[in-house]
Write a protein that binds this ligand. Structure first.
Ligand code: NDP
Length: 256
C-alpha cells in the first residue's frame, strides 16, 4: 500500500534546471520512484552528464536544451518530451537565478531577467503542459519558491518578488485546474548548499554562520533533502493536497 502510494512507475516528469542543485535532487528522487525524466537546462554538457547518470541507474531519461524564458523553446521542449517519452504527468518548475543588489542599484534588464527566469518561466511551462495533463486525466505541478516567498530581502528585490509571485501563481493554477485533477503546489527551500548559494557564501561575510544559527536543524540543506518532497507532491500520496507552499528548511521559517 505504502509503496504504491509513492510509486511513479510509468509516469513522465519534466524538471527544469534539473541538471544541478535542488532540481537534480528532485530529479533523482522522482527517478528513484520509477518516473522517466526530462532534464531541461541551457548547459547541454551538464544535462547530458546527468542523463547518463540517471540512465546508468535504469531510468529512461532525456536532456532537452531550452531556455525556459523563451516561449517558443518551451513549446518545442514540451512537444519533444511528449514525442520521445510519450506523456507528461509531472512538471517541476525549478529553474532559477538571483542577482544580488538592493532595489536602487538594480537595472531594468536585471529585474526582467530574474522575473522571467523565476516566474514567467513557470507560467510558460505550466501553460504548455496543461493540455497533456488535462487530456490524460490529471497531473502534478511543483513550483520552487524560497524563504523569500515569505520574507523581504533588501539585497534581492526581484528575486523576492518572483518567489512571492510563484506562491500566488501556484494557488491560482491549483484553483483553475482542480477540476482537471491537476494538483499544483510550491516548495519553499531554506538555505541549501548549491552553486546558487555557494557564490553568496563566498561573497557575503558571515552568511554561512548566520544561516546555521537561525536553522533549528543546525545545518545547511542539501540537494538530497528535496527527493522526498518531490516524490510526495508528484505521487498519489498528495492527491488531496493542492495550492500549498511547503517549507523544506530545517525549521528556518519558524524561528522567531
Ligand atoms: P543552481 O544554480 O544550482 O541551479 C539552477 C538551475 O536552473 C540550473 O540547472 C540551470 O541550468 C537552470 N536555469 C537557470 N536559468 C535557466 C534558463 N533560463 N533556462 C533553463 N534553465 C535555467 O540553483 P539551485 O539548485 O540552488 O536553485 C534551484 C531553484 O531553487 C531556484 O528556483 C532557486 O531560486 C531555488 N532556491 C534555492 C535555494 C538555495 O538555497 N539554493 C533557496 C531557495 C530557493 P542551466 O545553467 O543549464 O540553464
Amino acid at each position: 500500500m505504502t509503496t504504491k502510494l509513492f510509486d511513479l512507475g510509468g509516469k513522465v516528469a519534466i524538471v527544469t534546471g534539473g541538471n544541478g542543485g535542488i532540481g537534480l535532487g528532485m530529479a533523482r528522487g522522482l527517478a528513484g520512484a520509477g518516473a522517466d525524466i526530462a532534464i531541461v537546462g541551457r548547459d547541454e554538457a551538464k544535462s547530458n552528464a546527468v542523463v547518463t547518470g540517471l540512465g546508468q541507474g535504469g531510468t529512461r531519461a532525456i536532456s532537452v536544451v531550452a531556455d525556459v524564458t523563451d516561449e517558443a523553446a518551451v513549446i518545442a521542449m514540451v512537444e519533444r518530451v511528449r514525442r520521445e517519452l510519450g506523456r507528461i504527468d509531472i512538471l517541476v518548475n525549478n529553474a532559477g537565478i538571483n542577482i544580488r543588489k538592493p532595489p536602487h542599484a538594480l537595472d531594468t534588464a536585471e529585474w526582467d531577467s530574474v522575473i522571467k527566469t523565476n516566474l514567467t518561466s513557470a507560467f510558460l511551462c505550466s501553460r504548455a503542459v496543461y493540455p497533456a495533463m488535462r487530456d490524460a486525466g490529471g497531473g502534478k505541478i511543483v513550483n520552487i519558491g524560497s524563504m523569500m516567498s515569505i520574507f523581504g530581502a533588501s539585497f534581492a528585490p526581484a528575486y523576492a518578488a518572483s518567489k512571492g509571485g510563484i506562491v500566488q501563481f501556484t494557488r491560482s493554477c491549483a484553483v483553475a485546474w482542480a477540476a482537471d485533477n491537476i494538483q499544483v503546489n510550491a516548495v519553499l527551500p531554506g538555505w541549501i548548499d548549491t552553486d546558487l548559494t555557494r557564490r553568496a557564501r563566498e561573497e557575503v561575510a558571515g552568511l554561512h554562520d548566520k544561516v546555521l544559527a537561525r536553522t533549528p536543524a543546525a545545518r545547511w540543506g542539501a540537494s538530497t533533502d528535496f527527493a522526498g518532497i518531490a516524490v510526495f507532491l508528484s505521487s498519489g500520496a498528495s492527491d488531496f493536497v493542492t495550492g500549498t507552499a511547503i517549507p523544506v528548511d530545517g525549521g528556518f521559517s519558524i524561528m522567531g
